[in-house]
Write a protein that binds this ligand. Structure first.
Ligand SMILES: [Zn+2]
Length: 301
């Protein structure tokens, strides 16, 4: 679905997590206690169960998932992901809180969001007004095995980094690259293989085109978009700089161009040009990994 700009008068930003054709082992990781579990209040309204914690309001209908533990997990995840991508966790509670609606079926999911979200597993909706976030909303499908380990952290990451981009829109490559890198190792491996397959078919973005993406990519370029975005964020994250350095780079790049931003934030004498390290390190590494499996000539058709 389109990734649209958002202002006070435009539609909210939506990021939806696509369904991958795989079965993930359902892993339930209980929130770490140590006597410091977040306080969670459980109430019921008809067939709905509501769990409220400091930063979240979880709602589910006729659901058997343990909402209290999921709310605790969300609080822990929020702290972890804020430290990872913003460099620090915030002591200020979210206002408004992040509402997470759990949908039992794809039909319920479409009823809540419309059929435009396709078969995605999760969707984050964020709205802004005058430089502040006025809505934090996540919808998660429970009929897919990986919702807890992949879709939930992915969508929650969108909500977290949105706090850093209230004035300017976060570039989609950064938003989705960070989202992918918040997923489980198994899912990231799956995406890496999907990227390799996409490159073998010749479906690849030039880096300049990747930076310019503003709407949801066509289906045959989706794996390249998510995969290349994740590799790019991973590469920049490994340059010995802080997470906030990466976000500042992206913001500067959107305003002044990527080459200028790269020279200001990352370039060394050996790699003063942005496209050189990206081409030399990222796709080359991908292709090296592929060449171990098959003839290199099959990669460039
Ligand atoms: Zn996403």
């Amino acid at each position: 679905m389109p990734l649209t700009d958002s202002t006070a008068t435009s539609p909210p930003r939506r990021r939806c997590f696509p369904l991958m054709a795989t079965l993930m082992v359902f892993l339930w990781t209980p929130a770490v206690g140590l006597g410091g579990e977040p306080e969670v209040r459980i109430t019921h309204s008809g067939s709905w169960t509501i769990a409220e914690s400091e930063n979240f309001r979880l709602v589910a209908q006729n659901s058997r998932i343990p909402l209290r533990e999921v709310a605790e997990q969300c609080e822990t995840l929020k702290t972890t992901l804020q430290k990872k991508w913003l460099g620090q966790s915030s002591n200020r509670p979210w206002l408004p809180v992040c509402e997470i609606t759990f949908c039992s079926t794809l039909r319920d999911y479409h009823r809540a969001l419309g059929s435009g979200v396709g078969t995605s597993v999760g969707c984050a909706t964020i709205n802004y007004d005058q430089g502040r976030v006025t809505q934090r909303q996540i919808h998660i499908r429970l009929d897919h095995e990986d919702w807890l380990t992949d879709a939930l952290p992915h969508e929650l990451t969108h909500v977290i980094v949105a706090d850093r981009f209230t004035e300017n829109r976060i570039p989609p490559w950064l938003d989705e690259g960070i989202g992918v890198l918040s997923e489980s190792d198994e899912k990231q491996q799956e995406r890496f293989k999907a990227l390799q397959a996409s490159l073998r078919r010749g479906h690849k973005y030039s880096w300049e085109d990747l930076f310019r993406v503003r709407s949801f990519p066509p289906a045959n370029y989706r794996n390249a978009f998510y995969g290349q975005s994740a590799r790019l964020v991973d590469y920049l994250s490994r340059q010995g700089k802080s997470p906030s350095h990466l976000l500042e780079f992206a913001q500067h790049a959107e305003e002044h161009g990527y080459q200028a931003a790269y020279q200001k934030y990352y370039a060394s004498e050996e790699s003063a040009n942005l496209s050189a390290p990206l081409e030399n390190h990222l796709p080359h590494n991908v292709i090296l990994g592929m060449s171990q499996e098959r003839d290199q000539s099959s990669l460039v058709d």
